[in-house]
Design a binder for this molecule. Structure first.
Ligand code: PLP
Length: 404
């Protein structure tokens, strides 16, 4: 029996029946995390634990050097993927949440002003709310559009004290892609920096720092990049940026110095690194680079068909900005039924897994009028979904709406 077989783990028996095999066609929660992962990811992850095992960046012994080499190879791969001028600017973190905390708390000081929008995730908003208690001034641009007026509204909030503008590349609630390029130009002209959260877009939309030079880029390794959980990162384009680490500790470098000057990337990765997950990003990025465009087009077509079919159902309201490009996320509500009940019914009666609620982005719901009564039902498509995935969802919703 394989180690990955749930039957070999007694504790898992409570969650998965012995004959359960995941039905990827019905897993529609890729915006939370992708399942399955890219080919080669599990093998690399397990292989690093089984055959390397050692802590990266600490030792001259063979296995320690092998672990460090795998981490550095992934760093170079990530830098190339995002067009980052120097691999030293790639800081590995546990995910986009840790990276957003590092970027904002590591950069902003009392007296600084930061602009953020209602499209942002709590992973960006909550660190800023904490910073507000420490004298950082925060402006939240609340909008229910995402075109030229949105761009103007964001730029209009930039003032001399503005240090940073935070933009979510795509909403994890609506899927709409936000136009960050014109914002970058205007914000730079005013002497401030831009942080782009690509948690929902990396792997689906090409992002090139050489072409669109955001200063700080956050990515999540386990969503559309198809890597394992426990890895993401912050990319710092200019290595001279005065960023402070949030966690101090052993880095395996200049150990004699108790108060070292922060150096990229080591000082920002204190503690034993997650070599298996970081290394497994390499096959993930190889696959995404090869198949990503096709996957993204397929998922986009699935989304389009679902939006059209769901919107035609009686009592269903689809939240959509039809004029904007979108990642494959569909949010909807059903009159007279809570999103939680819809999601539970889809799971229990049809085996379809979607998410219900505010999706950790409460201000989007305030802006679009779905904050009360439980938010929305969110279906999000990705690798492993077929045309049938969309049909199964829409057929199930037809039945649910018909039998309400
Ligand atoms: C826009 C956005 N930012 C940040 C995050 C946090 O990502 P992670 O799970 O990698 O911490 C998410 C997760 O859903 C997200 O959608």
């Amino acid at each position: 029996m394989s180690l990955l077989d749930p039957r070999s783990h007694p504790a898992d028996g409570a969650v998965l029946a012995s004959d359960d095999t995941p039905d990827w066609e019905r897993y529609l929660d890729h915006a939370s995390t992708s399942s399955p992962k890219a080919p080669g990811v599990i093998e690399r992850f397990v292989g690093v634990i089984e055959r390397v095992g050692a802590s990266p960046g600490r030792s001259v012994h063979r296995l320690g050097r092998a672990a460090a080499e795998l981490v550095e190879r992934s760093r170079v791969r990530v830098a190339r993927f995002f067009g980052c001028p120097s691999p030293a600017g790639v800081i590995f973190t546990a995910g986009a949440t840790s990276a957003l905390n590092l970027a904002t708390k590591g950069l902003l000081r009392a007296g600084d002003h930061v602009v953020v929008t209602s499209y942002d995730h709590n992973s960006a908003l909550r660190p800023l709310m904490r910073l507000r208690g420490n004298g950082v001034r925060v402006t939240i641009v609340r909008r229910a559009d995402a075109g030229a007026d949105f761009v103007d509204a964001v730029i209009g909030e930039v003032r001399p004290a503005t240090r940073l503008v935070v933009i979510n590349h795509a909403s994890n609630v609506l899927g709409c892609v936000l136009p960050y390029e014109p914002i970058v130009k205007a914000v730079h002209a005013r002497g401030a920096l831009v942080l782009l959260d690509t948690a929902q877009t990396a792997g689906l939309i090409s992002i090139d720092l050489l072409r669109s030079p955001v200063d700080l880029l956050v990515f999540s390794g386990h969503k559309a990049l198809l890597g394992p959980p426990g890895v993401g990162g912050l990319i710092v384009r200019d290595l001279r940026l005065p960023l402070e680490p949030l966690i101090d500790g052993g880095t395996g470098h200049v150990s004699e110095d108790l108060e070292p000057v922060p150096t990229l990337p080591n000082s920002f990765e204190a503690g034993t690194g997650n070599a298996p997950a970081i290394s497994a990003l390499e096959p993930a990025l190889d696959f995404v680079e090869q198949a990503g465009v096709q996957l993204a087009e397929h998922a986009a077509a699935l989304r389009r068909r679902c939006v059209a079919r769901l919107a035609a159902l009686p009592g269903v309201q689809v939240l959509d900005l039809p004029d904007r490009p979108s990642v494959p996320v569909v949010s909807f509500r059903v009159a007279g039924m809570s999103p939680q009940r819809v999601a539970a019914t889809l799971d229990e009666r049809f085996g379809i897994q979607v998410r219900a609620g505010l999706h950790c982005a409460p201000l989007v719901h305030e802006a679009f009028g779905t904050a009360t009564a439980g938010g929305t039902v969110r279906a999000s498509f990705g690798y492993g979904n077929t045309d049938r995935s969309g049909e199964l969802l829409c057929d199930a919703m037809e039945t649910i709406c018909g039998s309400k």
